[in-house]
Design a binder for this molecule. Structure first.
Ligand code: PEP
Ligand code: MG
Length: 762
């Protein structure tokens, strides 16, 4: 160990040197060695840090200071971390080491040398530096004193609370853990950002670049919505450009540190990278990926037309990259035979089975592709078997879309003609992300749940957000996948699917004296979900199926024929008029509460007036529920309930959740399942946003949790807007949790940053 000097230069470093210069340092050295444009740098080695600890007498002292710490005790952990960090910050750097750092700094040889100082974790099994809390970076550092201070701060970051906690949980020996510091010439980026050299989920050769004005920290910290570009490595073309409204940038602040400033005028909406720059950057990305043999997550900056690569690390979220690549290569040359709306991501091949009547679902075999006008709850058992689903009708919030996403089965809805164009037994491939159907089998026939099951659990370590990010569940089979997302609870459990899969209407159970079967079915299904989310809130919604969805089932002949079932006898209005049906549901809830599931909350759907809430509550009381001590809330999915939200709050609702699938259709008069008007179905319509905004503010005044469980909550843009407008929680689909959590975290960070900035300016 003693042979490793205090300082190593970029040119001397290779990937094997991770133990001396950490992951960040080693990767920079490696990239420089293959000719990628990396800024000048030197590294203060891990051994230098160790010498610092030994010579200052801290090596034993620090560790002893928190040896008996219970890391689960937050207060104690914070105290211990602060103590250890203070020791590192106060200690005097031994003069030999100080001189080495000073000399290296001088040798970097520009006049007013300004550097970025970045900590670099050395433990090979600590690849996720953000999780370990070791991502301290100090930009715009000028002068020896500031540099030495920044180096010491990077060292101290090794003893941050999260870092100590993580090491304790992972069983790392804190006696020996080291840290290196990268001192890098600061690239005064005029524009900068991040790049995934391949698609971060599927591993497809699509390079995704995000860029904005100023230093890259604006993109990394989420304080700006960056431009997004997609470069297809197969065709070597830019295939998608999304120019965002860039309101702020981070720039150097005089001689020390950085500041956030407004972007003004035309630059706000100007495209940051030219096509040429995108291609060049993507090519650098490809070189790095080929060199490492694994897709990379790269930070880059551009100054005076020169691109610099500032950092690169492997992407850890990709599942089976080889398989994805092979499929994509083939898809490129395949013939597209049908298009629709991509409703549930994933790619699958199989034989077409066209179902015109639910009675025929018996002929559906494992691995088939189910093609039908529109799915219904009684088709769920068949939907569980198939490799993919295609429908003629429907939009992103239709039954087929909701259930497919939950099953992790690729699905395309609203094709208009699938049942005519496709033939029984025809071999096809479905791309549920892009909404494309290809001739022939060009994807390996994988089990239906494979692609999205992977999506549900893959991704970086969980980000903690102040806004709760919950998950929607409709079928108990999805409970495990839903829980694997790490969601903060279930914001909507649709129970109609629990019983409709049995192919009998609630009325059938009642008229045939099978009430106990009904109660048990509900109880058992809900229990599976509650068990998957111990200690986390689970909001179970009372029955809400329109009469047409009941029609094909046993007992369906007694359902009324309605012209507009969406506007008809459904939700709480039906339950209030059908006490038996409501009583049986309540009976199953009562059993669960009695069994100790006090995380169970009940949500009433399609509520249009506070009187309905009062009536439902009174009925529950008459069935023996201690209504003041259970959690009862409403969905806001009819404009009247958004408008009258204060009256509901006065009646004591414990929470409210926007059902935007319905709220949009009732506000705009757009049938949510009608593909002819799907273009006009817009959750971001000003009128819808107005209703949501005003209801959120009122809930905040009454300190009542306001949430969303409609499909719009699975759209990161909408999630960003909702967080900006003060929503307390967001409940999204399983496949969207990771991206929603990220959007929420970004937005929260930006809000904090902007508040701090305003404070500073005052
Ligand atoms: C909604 O309307 O947004 C909702 C979540 O309920 P459903 O989709 O079941 O009508
Ligand atoms: Mg609804």
């Amino acid at each position: 160990m003693n042979e490793v000097p205090n300082i190593l230069w970029l040119e001397e470093v290779r990937k094997e040197d991770i133990i001396s210069v950490g992951g960040k340092g080693a990767s920079l050295g490696e990239m420089a060695s293959i000719g990628l444009p990396v800024p000048k740098a030197f590294m203060v080695t891990a051994q230098a840090f160790r010498r610092f600890l030994i010579e200052t007498g801290l090596e034993k002292k620090i560790f002893a200071s928190y040896e008996r710490l219970d890391v689960e005790n937050n207060v104690a952990l914070e105290k211990a971390a602060n103590g250890a960090k203070a020791m590192v910050l106060k200690a005097k750097i031994p003069s030999a080491l100080k001189n080495d750092i000073r000399k290296a700094y001088k040798k970097m040889d520009t006049e007013d040398l300004i550097v970025a100082v970045r900590s670099s974790a050395t433990a090979e099994d600590l690849p996720d530096a953000s999780f370990a809390g070791q991502q301290e970076t100090y930009l715009n550092i000028k002068g020896e004193t500031a540099l030495l201070e920044a180096v010491q701060k990077c060292w101290a970051s090794l003893y941050g609370a999260r870092a100590i906690y993580y090491r304790a949980r992972q069983g790392f020996d804190d006696h020996t853990v080291n840290i290196s510091v990268v001192v890098q010439q600061l690239v005064h980026s005029e524009k900068a950002g991040v790049m995934f050299t391949s698609h971060p989920i599927t591993g497809e050769p699509l390079t995704i670049i995000e860029g904005s004005w100023g230093l890259g920290e604006a993109v990394v910290s989420g304080s700006v919505s960056p431009d997004k570009y997609i470069f297809d490595q197969r065709s070597e073309k830019v295939v998608d450009v999304l120019v965002s409204n860039k309101l702020v940038e981070i720039i150097a602040d005089g001689d020390n540190g950085t500041k956030l400033v407004d972007v003004v005028g035309a630059r706000q909406n100007a495209q940051v990278l030219s096509e040429q720059e995108i291609s060049k950057l993507a090519t650098y990305g490809k070189i790095a990926e080929n060199h490492y043999g694994i897709p990379q997550d790269v930070e880059w900056g551009v100054v005076n037309g020169t691109i610099y690569i500032l950092q690169s690390r492997p992407i850890t979220t990709i599942g089976n990259k080889k398989e994805a690549k092979q499929m994509s290569g083939q898809q490129q040359s395949a013939t597209i035979i049908l298009r629709g709306q991509g409703a549930s991501p994933g790619v699958a091949s199989g034989k077409v089975v066209i179902i015109r009547d639910v009675k025929d679902t018996g002929s559906v075999k494992e691995g088939d592709i189910l093609v039908t006008k529109m799915t219904s709850p009684d088709m769920v058992p068949a939907m569980q078997k198939v490799a993919a689903i295609i429908t003629d009708e429907g939009g992103l919030t239709c039954h087929a879309a909701i259930v497919s996403r939950e099953l992790g089965t690729p699905a395309i809805v609203g094709t208009k003609t699938a049942t005519n164009v496709l033939k029984m037994g025809q071999l096809i491939t479905v791309d549920g992300e892009k909404g494309l159907v290809y001739e022939g089998a060009i994807a390996p026939a994988a089990p239906a749940a494979a692609p999205s099951a992977q999506q549900g659990v893959a991704g970086p370590a969980k980000i903690i957000t102040a806004t709760s990010v919950k998950v929607n569940v409709s079928i108990p089979e999805a409970a495990t996948r839903a829980a694997a997302t790490g969601a903060d609870g279930v914001g909507l459990l649709r129970i109609e699917h629990l019983i409709l899969g049995l192919n009998k209407t609630p009325g059938w159970f009642i008229t045939n004296n099978r009430e106990e079967d009904f109660v048990k079915e509900l109880h058992d299904g809900i229990k599976i979900v509650l068990d998957a989310f111990p200690g986390k809130p689970v909001w179970v919604r009372t029955l809400d199926a329109p009469t047409d969805e009941f029609r094909n089932m046993m007992g369906g002949e007694n359902e009324p024929l309605e012209h507009n079932p969406m506007l008809g006898w459904r939700g709480i209005r039906r339950d209030i008029q059908s006490p038996d049906q409501f009583r049986l549901q309540v009976e199953s809830f009562k059993r669960l509460w009695k069994e100790g599931y006090d995380n169970l909350g009940i949500m009433f759907p399609m509520v249009s007036h506070p009187d309905e809430f009062i009536a439902a509550k009174a009925m529950m009381k008459s069935y023996g529920v201690d209504v003041e001590n259970v959690t009862l809330g409403i969905m806001i999915e009819i404009p009247s309930s958004a408008i009258m939200i204060e009256e509901f709050l006065k009646c004591g609702i414990r929470f409210a959740s926007f059902g935007t699938n319905d709220l949009v259709q009732y506000t705009l008069a757009i049938d949510r399942n009608n593909e002819n008007v799907a273009d006009m179905y817009n959750p971001q319509h000003p009128a819808v946003l107005y209703l949501i905004h005003s209801a959120i503010q009122m809930c905040r005044e009454y300190n009542v949790e306001c949430s969303i469980c409609g499909q719009a909550g699975s759209d990161p843009k909408m999630a960003t807007w909702l967080v900006e407008h003060g929503i307390a929680s967001i409940s999204a689909n399983i496949d969207a949790i990771a991206k929603i959590r990220e959007a929420v975290a970004r937005t929260e960070k930006r809000i904090i940053l902007e508040a701090a900035r305003t404070r500073d300016a005052e």
